[in-house]
Design a protein around this ligand. Structure first.
Ligand code: ADP
Ligand code: MG
Length: 650
């Protein structure tokens, strides 16, 4: 834009919405506006230092890197000025108006979900709002928080690099529009000055003690001096560079909260000082809250990278693999040149080495935690297991990661209890070399799966997989300590035969006579005839105990849960044609045999076969025509009720 005259522009719709919420409904926790301004000032100073380190000379190179806050009580204004990188008039317009990124949308969505949570918890949606103000900085829209306390804001900025007469001034009263013009003022000589015209109910921020308290609370760890009326307020060191023994738990926690925009203490902290094969210090936190890495927080991970205490990059993703995305913190190395360009970071050998050391250290830490404090480890798992599982891709560390995986299981009495592979092995019978698993949406569905009958009967433990990715994890791992993984539905005939032989004595139902067995074979053929193309085959099952029938995929086919996943992916809504296995000891099948023996063509027999098939489809998760299914089942019930009335002589 040609910034010779003043131009007024409208904020985008999402920004207007954010502003509206900020100015109208957030009254608590307003003090965080200062944290946001100071964090922007600090970022701007970081950027300037970064450019200087790369050999560029800023204007007024002798000016110290600092932040100054001043108040004017008469005019009720508060000014936050930095000597950082600054913005041109175009950048002012871009950064503080037109480009709201997707941040505002994400913020609004988060706000919605928080209000929802609060409403269900205590019926008071407003109670979620203070936290909402607190998290605004996470979404790249922190600047707008200033409108919680301001009637009007004036941002004057002089870029540190390039043409120094390009200073601009951005003005807005926060309700719908902003304007940008060239600044005639001589100040700032470099960097950005944010002048806030305080609302009448926000004049508390003219008080020095109040400002200092807010800075100590939220911005104590910023790496540049902050002055309030000439006195430096922040004096905290870079915590990750301090010797471990000298840092208190409170310091660790306070640092975390400032870093992660979290109101909760972290679950755990890992403070490292490494000299070989690469020198670095790292401070890593495991949060006690989970980010949604499969949704909104997809790109919101990585560690802050420092070179000799100078911030090189926020959210660097080369320092840790994605499956450790839950970690928050920083790594600081002396083995990187200060003038490194961000573009060349990716292939950097130093980062690769740090990454490798961090992975080993974090895995070691988690192993120790799992051993020392299973309860805490399980909390970690419930929060971050979903992303950590992706570690099955990390081939060299596969075995260690497998050892850290946790699953629900058929033999654990508590629904929330978790087991490791090692614990499972400890409980298994002599000779077992397979981890059996079943995929299901939840515990109840897993328990009721017909494939589980034989496992339950034999007391063989089965791991419950509740997330689609779990099967990929099992397949990806291939084996663990020479045990393999198998879904229960893939229990082949020979395996099932071995199970069955073990307790052939304990048959609770009388075996079929030789003659009946022949009739049953004929019944099986008749069932196939009735179902026609809906099944590939009908056969007598070895795996069923309590269920009358089950659908089975042919050998070598993928499991039914994988199949469903693929069908969703390919928008395929056809019903797969499978093998129907029937339980010849089930009362339903025994009664069907009685009917069949009396009349092979009996009409209700085919109704029952249809109904039985419907229910197996239902259990397998496929129901295409609920209408006709309901009709069939009503017809059956009608008949059954008639017979019942007849038999009981009502
Ligand atoms: P974020 O800091 O997460 O990017 P903000 O809404 O706080 O989001 O700031 C938006 C952008 O405005 C920043 O990314 C930066 O480019 C610019 N900005 C804000 N304050 C300053 C400042 N004091 N100096 C230089 N640029 C700034
Ligand atoms: Mg910011």
């Amino acid at each position: 834009m040609a910034a010779t005259e003043k131009k007024t522009r409208q904020f985008r719709a999402e920004v207007r919405k954010v502003l509206h919420i900020l100015t109208h409904s957030l009254y608590t926790n307003r003090e965080i506006f200062l944290r946001e301004l100071l964090s922007n000032a600090s970022d701007a100073l970081d950027k300037l230092r970064f450019y200087s380190n790369r050999g560029q000379t800023p204007i007024n190179p002798d000016l110290p890197l600092e932040i100054r806050i001043s108040v004017d009580k008469d005019n009720k204004t508060l000014t936050v000025a930095d000597t950082g990188i600054g913005m041109t008039a175009e950048e002012l317009s871009e950064n503080l108006g037109t480009i709201a990124q997707s941040g505002s949308e994400k913020f609004l969505a988060e706000l919605d979900s928080q209000s929802g949570d609060a409403a269900t918890q205590d019926g008071d949606a407003e109670s979620a709002r203070p936290d909402a103000a607190n998290i605004i900085g996470r979404f790249g829209i922190g600047f707008y928080a200033v409108f919680m306390v301001a009637n009007k804001v004036e941002v004057t900025s002089r870029p540190a690099v390039g043409v120094s007469d390009q200073a601009g001034v951005w003005t807005s009263d926060g309700d719908g529009s902003y304007s940008v013009a060239l600044s005639k003022a001589a100040e700032p000589v470099r960097g950005t000055s944010v002048k806030i015209y305080l609302k009448d109910d926000a004049v508390e921020f003219l008080e020095k003690f109040r400002l200092e308290a807010v800075i100590r609370k939220h911005s104590a760890f910023l790496p540049f001096p902050i002055y309030v009326d000439g006195n430096q307020v922040n004096t905290q060191p870079a915590l990750w560079r301090e010797p471990k023994f000298s840092v208190t738990k409170d310091q660790y926690n306070a640092f975390y909260k400032a870093l992660a925009y979290d109101s909760k203490d972290p679950l755990d902290v890992l403070h490292l000082s490494v000299d070989a094969p690469v020198q670095f210090n790292a401070l890593l936190y495991i949060p006690d809250t989970a980010d949604d890495f499969f949704g909104m927080d997809r790109d919101h991970w990585g560690l802050d990278l420092y070179a000799s205490r100078v911030l090189i990059q926020h959210h660097n993703k080369d320092l840790i693999p994605e499956y450790l995305a839950f970690l928050k913190g920083m790594a600081d190395t002396e083995d990187l040149p200060l003038n490194i360009s961000r573009e060349t970071l990716q292939e950097n050998a130093v980062l690769r080495k740090i990454n490798q050391v961090l992975v080993k250290q974090v895995l070691g830490h988690l192993e120790k935690l799992a051993g020392d404090d299973a309860e805490k480890y399980n909390s970690f798992w419930r929060l971050h297991g979903k992303i950590f599982k992706l570690g099955y891709h990390d081939y060299p560390n596969r075995e260690r990661i497998a050892g850290l995986l946790r699953f629900h299981s058929s033999t654990l009495p508590e629904p929330e209890a978790l087991t490791s592979f090692d614990d499972y092995m400890g409980r298994a019978a002599e000779g077992q070399k397979t981890f059996w698993y079943v995929s299901a949406p939840n515990r109840e569905a897993a328990r009721l799966s017909p494939y589980m009958d034989i496992f339950r009967k034999k007391g063989i433990e089965v791991l419950y997989l509740f997330e689609p990715i779990d099967e990929f994890v099992m397949e990806g791992l291939g084996s663990y300590k020479e045990w393999n993984f198998k879904p229960v539905e893939k229990a082949t005939d020979d395996i099932l035969a071995a199970f069955a032989d073990k307790d052939a004595e304990q048959q609770s139902v009388a075996r079929l006579s030789e003659e009946d067995r022949t009739s049953f074979d004929a019944l099986v053929a008749r069932i196939k005839e009735i179902l026609g193309d809906k099944v590939t085959e009908v056969r007598v099952s070895r795996r069923l105990a309590d269920s009358p029938a089950v659908l089975v995929s042919p050998d070598g086919a993928m499991t039914s849960s994988m199949e469903k996943l693929f069908k969703v992916m390919h928008k395929d809504d056809s019903v797969p044609v499978k093998i129907l296995e029937v339980n010849q000891d089930h009362p339903l099948l025994r009664n069907m045999l009685r009917i069949f023996k009396a009349d092979k063509e009996d009409k209700s027999l085919s109704q029952i076969v249809q109904g039985l098939f419907d229910s197996t489809l239902l259990l397998d998760g496929y129901i295409k025509e609920p209408q006709s299914l309901a009709n069939r089942s009503i017809a059956l019930l009608e008949e059954a009720a008639g017979w019942y009335a007849e038999v009981r002589k009502f």
